[in-house]
Ligand binder design. Structure first.
Ligand code: KG4
Ligand code: ZN
Length: 343
């Protein structure tokens, strides 16, 4: 579908998990500001995100972050064409802070409100640095809460080919990191430590889901790592943290690459993109770059700052929803388990 383009500047707000974020984005692709107030240090104390603490921290930060986004974009609220806000999926209390702030600002200013799907935001992060990228393409979305293999048929139009049956990829990284004593957040730490380890030191299983070839399952892999650690402890064998990290990471990367390339080939696509926090993993990026080169595919990936949760991606997704005429009412609510492609 060719949409009639028009200029629009969007104030975007994202509070679905542990980052309080606001951004100003022009025409879906030009980031004028991208402010992120991270709560990672706070949640590190507890080894993971504590939902109630996340909500309270969002309340403390949200106004400051929104004002900072407008100020550093050198824009006034009245110059905005829309306010885009993540309304799901995510932690309900966290989402509610962003949604309530967006509704209040929209009501007070008369600037229209556009509710945005968080995963649609992650996918749309690819539009920001790849000005030429247009649907259709296949996208692998791998974050702390989601692992999806999606055909982006058009802006805002998705066909889900596969999803995780249990743990999300990022969740597996975080749990294994905790088990080998790396702490939270696990993904970036496993990425770093793996560079010192041998990815072929230990063979961990690459799970297949029998009745759904594109689905993922990572909980068996996580259990295999835990079993390996237990058996080493019982036998008095010293565990090499870097080898376990690198071998686990390779098992995840192998499955993600295999599923992705099969999807791209079977769908006959020429373009492939990645999104979500785990998309900044260096081993995953280089394995996918190589796999795409071998097949003559165009490979798209956002910078790490646009892979993890941010509001610029919500501004990108919000622009295309805005162009389609999507407007949310003041009854917009947080939907913690919102499905991709649903409103
Ligand atoms: O997209 P995101 O910021 O939040 C969600 O929507 O879930 O993803 C966060 C997840 C965490 O599980 C984190 O450990 C993982 O992304 N992550 C990584 C890397 N950087 C972040 N996983 C592997 N390698 C990385 N470099
Ligand atoms: Zn996310």
């Amino acid at each position: 579908m060719k949409m009639k383009r028009k200029d629009a500047t969007i104030l975007a707000i994202e509070t679905s998990c542990d980052e309080t974020a606001a951004a100003v984005v022009q025409n879906g692709r030009e980031v004028l500001s991208n402010i992120i107030s991270s709560q990672i240090d706070l949640h590190t104390l507890y080894g993971g995100v504590v939902p109630e603490i996340a909500s309270r921290k969002h309340i403390e930060k949200i106004n400051q972050v929104i004002l900072e986004a407008l100020r550093s974009a050198d824009k006034e609220l009245q110059e905005m064409d829309a306010i885009a806000v993540t309304y799901g999926p995510g932690l309900v209390g966290a989402l509610l802070v962003g949604v309530s702030a967006a509704k209040a600002i929209s009501f007070a200013s008369g600037v229209p409100l556009v509710g945005v799907h968080h995963i649609e935001g992650h996918i749309s992060a690819n539009y920001i640095e790849n000005k030429d990228l247009e649907p259709p393409f296949v996208c692998l979305v791998v974050s702390g809460g989601h692992s999806h293999l999606v055909v982006v048929k058009d802006y805002g139009e998705y066909e889900i080919l596969g999803r995780t049956r249990d743990d999300a990829a990022g969740e597996a990284f975080d749990k294994v990191a905790r088990a080998i004593g790396l702490g939270y957040p696990g993904g970036p730490k496993i990425d770093r430590v793996s560079k010192e380890g041998n990815p072929d030191a230990i063979f961990f299983p690459r799970a297949k889901v029998a009745d759904a070839a594109y689905d993922f399952s990572f909980s068996g892999l996580k259990s295999a790592v835990l079993n390996y650690l237990n058996s080493c402890e019982m036998k008095g064998i010293e565990v090499c943290q870097a080898d376990v990290a690198a071998s686990f990471q390779k098992a995840v990367v192998d499955v993600l690459v295999e599923h992705s390339m099969r999807a791209v080939e079977e769908c006959g696509m020429k373009k492939f993109a990645i999104a979500g926090g785990v998309a900044s993993n260096s081993a995953l990026r280089s394995a996918l770059r190589e796999a795409c080169e071998e097949r003559n595919l165009l490979f798209y990936y956002p910078s790490p700052i646009l892979c993890t949760d941010n509001a610029a991606m919500i501004g990108a997704a919000g622009y295309y929803e805005y162009l389609k005429g999507v407007r949310s009412g003041y009854d917009l609510n947080a939907v913690p388990n919102l499905k991709l492609g649903e409103r």
